[in-house]
Design a protein around this ligand. Structure first.
Ligand code: BEZ
Ligand code: FE
Length: 293
């Protein structure tokens, strides 16, 4: 009988060693660690050759599903909790919590001015979102860029409905004013299913998991000398708030969207009454000297 453990250990050592001349020490470390964990997984679960072939076929299908506006690999990372794990280990505390980027940040958001509407369709219940961006010490950050994207009241992003929505619907790239503020007009997004017409959908079905995400609006905030932040606000009481298909809900990001029934306030925001209103403070952390270098 061959000594499988001995042979397996020798393979791991040899592969890790094969990276020894890698110039970038971090790349060497990440590759070596990856090989060690993968080999340990194989030794523990001992997949058959057929199972390994199915896994390769699955990953091939994931790659084949990707194109300019579809990112099945990010989706896979999301449903396995890997995206949220990467966010979590990179969290430094002291700022607004981050959450997943998701696969729909695939087109550039059109530049818009504070007060603009990102809803190019019209006809829905108006909603005003007001944001204030500050540094960790509370000082407002003027001129910060705030990239926003969301789905419609029906739960679709623009890129999912090219024949129905103009590209840029639900998207906007804003800058904060001297007080770190910006606001925009929109509609309240709906909960929606992540795309299930690819191999990730098959994985969800095989594991009897639902594909839904609770209603949310995405933000990427970038301010000079601060760490960029990718996050969402979640609509309080949205369906699926307790069972997000991609594990991305954090309590601090759940925001009330109360109904405001007041003509005067509606007039100030250039919407009709009644409307929904969300206000949210975003705190970004100063960049460390090491990161700045
Ligand atoms: C999104 O929020 O756009 C999203 C995130 C993860 C998977 C699918 C969609
Ligand atoms: Fe989303």
């Amino acid at each position: 009988m061959p000594d499988i453990d001995k042979a397996a250990g020798a393979i791991t050592t040899e592969v890790v060693e094969s990276f020894r001349d890698t110039d970038d020490p971090r790349l060497r470390e990440l590759l070596g660690g990856l090989v060690q964990h993968l080999h340990r997984y194989i030794r523990e679960y001992r997949p058959t050759l057929e199972e390994w072939e199915r896994a390769v076929e699955f990953l091939t299908a994931v790659g084949q599903k990707c194109d300019d506006t579809r990112q099945e690999f990010i989706l896979l990372s999301d449903v396995l909790g890997v995206s949220m794990m990467v966010e979590t280990v990179n969290e430094q505390g002291g700022g607004t919590e981050s959450t997943v980027l998701g696969p729909f940040h695939v087109v550039e958001s059109p530049a818009r001015n504070s007060g603009d509407s990102i809803d190019l369709m019209g006809g829905g219940t108006p909603c005003v979102v007001s944001v204030r961006v500050a540094s960790a010490d509370g000082s407002p950050l003027a001129g910060a860029s705030v990239d926003v994207w969301q789905c419609t009241e029906e739960g679709f992003y623009d890129v999912q409905q090219p024949d129905v929505q103009p590209l840029g619907n639900g998207r906007g790239l804003f800058r904060t004013d001297g007080e770190g503020r910006l606001w925009f007009r929109t509609v309240v997004p709906s909960h929606y299913p992540i795309p299930t017409d690819g191999p990730v959908g098959a994985l969800l079905e095989a594991t009897k998991r639902h594909p839904y995400r609770p209603a949310h609006i995405h933000f990427i905030v970038e301010a000079e000398k601060h760490r960029p932040l990718t996050t969402h606000i979640f609509v309080a009481n949205s369906q699926y708030i307790d069972s997000d298909a991609v594990f991305a809900v954090k309590e601090s990001l759940v925001v009330d969207f109360p109904t405001v029934d007041d003509q005067e306030t509606a007039g100030q925001y250039r919407v009709t009454s009644p409307f929904r209103m969300a206000e949210f403070d975003i705190v970004v952390e100063p960049e460390t000297e090491e990161a700045a270098r």
